[in-house]
Design a protein around this ligand. Structure first.
Ligand code: HPA
Ligand code: ZN
Length: 326
């Protein structure tokens, strides 16, 4: 349809994407085989059937299990390259992606192996596909502060490759305040900071991300709508929210895409963007996310354009490149 063509045609930036969440079942079985690793499910079809979640934790359990078969640098390269070729077809021209080092270092894969594979693919993607990129190292918030500090130490030799640190995994019970000191150290070392907040957790966690972690973007942020004074503040400082519609649907943050708050966010003046979070698990990459909300909320071409422009505004591209895209 014409609206599909319109969505496909506009250049977009992806700002909330976990590279481990792009692990498609077919590639997972292929990599498991060459690493002599077993998967709990006997076929791609059986694995896909397990992708039905009632909340964030049910998803995370499957997502971490999937990542278990990633061992060699080439595995991380192949994972990242598959993602880049996929979104290249969707006219995604800039990506700022998360990786979760602790998911791998905690099972004996070295930090170097992980980042070298991902980074080499990102460089090849820039050169061969014209996709510019930034890399965000995300701490797992269900683990302790000491583990995050250790991960930050491991990242220092790769500082030039990593733009920002983030915070993901099980939100409720693991508030931003748990990582205040780690984030202070990260900022001292020159990293930008972002954090998942207000996905399942309360609006107070968004305040903490702003006040204690000094973030420059809020990942998800849905629950800001519970607090008028928070919305006012987010609008005033034009704090980007990296919203993930299909993720929200699959993890039951919303029960129906027709109830998705992204149009309301735009109406309120919030700097909302559309992102895919973990596309291999949630049934869609960028364009499927745009199309999902466009159909459910009857978005106009003007609103779609605004969302795409917001993705560049909220990015860490240079001011010149932003101007070119907006
Ligand atoms: N929320 C928290 N942690 C995550 C997510 C998410 O949406 N995706 C991957 N890790
Ligand atoms: Zn996420």
């Amino acid at each position: 349809t014409s609206i599909e063509k319109f969505i496909e045609g506009i250049p977009k930036a992806e700002l909330h994407l976990h590279i481990e969440g792009t692990f498609e079942p077919e590639l997972m079985f292929e990599i498991a085989k060459r690493n002599n690793k077993t998967i709990k499910y006997s076929s791609v079809e059986e694995l896909k059937e397990a992708y039905s979640f009632n909340n964030l934790q049910e998803f995370l359990d499957i997502y971490y299990a999937g990542a278990n078969v990633l061992i060699e640098e080439q595995d991380f390269y192949d994972l990242t390259w598959a993602y880049l070729t996929k979104v290249h077809q969707q006219n995604v021209v800039h990506v700022e992606i998360f990786f979760d080092p602790q998911t791998h270092t905690d099972r004996g894969v070295s930090f170097d192996t992980v980042i070298k594979g991902i980074y080499r693919a990102l460089e090849d993607g820039e050169e061969q596909l014209g996709i510019s990129f930034k890399l965000i190292m995300s701490f797992l918030r269900h683990l302790d502060e000491a583990s995050a500090f250790k991960t930050l130490e491991q990242a220092l030799p790769f500082k030039k490759w990593i733009s920002a640190v983030g915070l993901d995994s099980s939100e409720v019970g693991n508030p931003p305040s748990k990582f205040e000191r780690v984030f202070a150290k990260a900022r001292e070392e020159g990293f930008i900071t972002v954090a998942h907040a207000g996905e399942e957790g309360p609006s107070e966690y968004i305040w903490e991300a702003l006040d204690l972690l000094k973030v420059t973007r809020i990942d998800h942020g849905n629950r800001c709508l519970d607090d008028d004074s928070l919305v006012k503040q987010l609008v005033e400082i034009q704090m980007p929210l990296t919203v993930c519609p299909l993720s929200n649907l699959e993890l039951k943050v919303v029960t129906n895409l027709k109830d998705h708050p992204i149009a309301k966010m735009l109406d309120l003046g919030l700097l909302a963007t559309v992102n895919s979070d973990d596309p291999a698990y949630f049934g869609g990459y960028m364009n499927e996310n745009y199309l999902g909300i466009t159909r459910a909320l009857n978005l106009s071409k003007h609103q779609i354009t605004e969302l795409a422009k917001n993705s560049f505004k909220a990015s860490w591209l240079s001011d010149q490149k932003k101007r070119d895209m907006i």
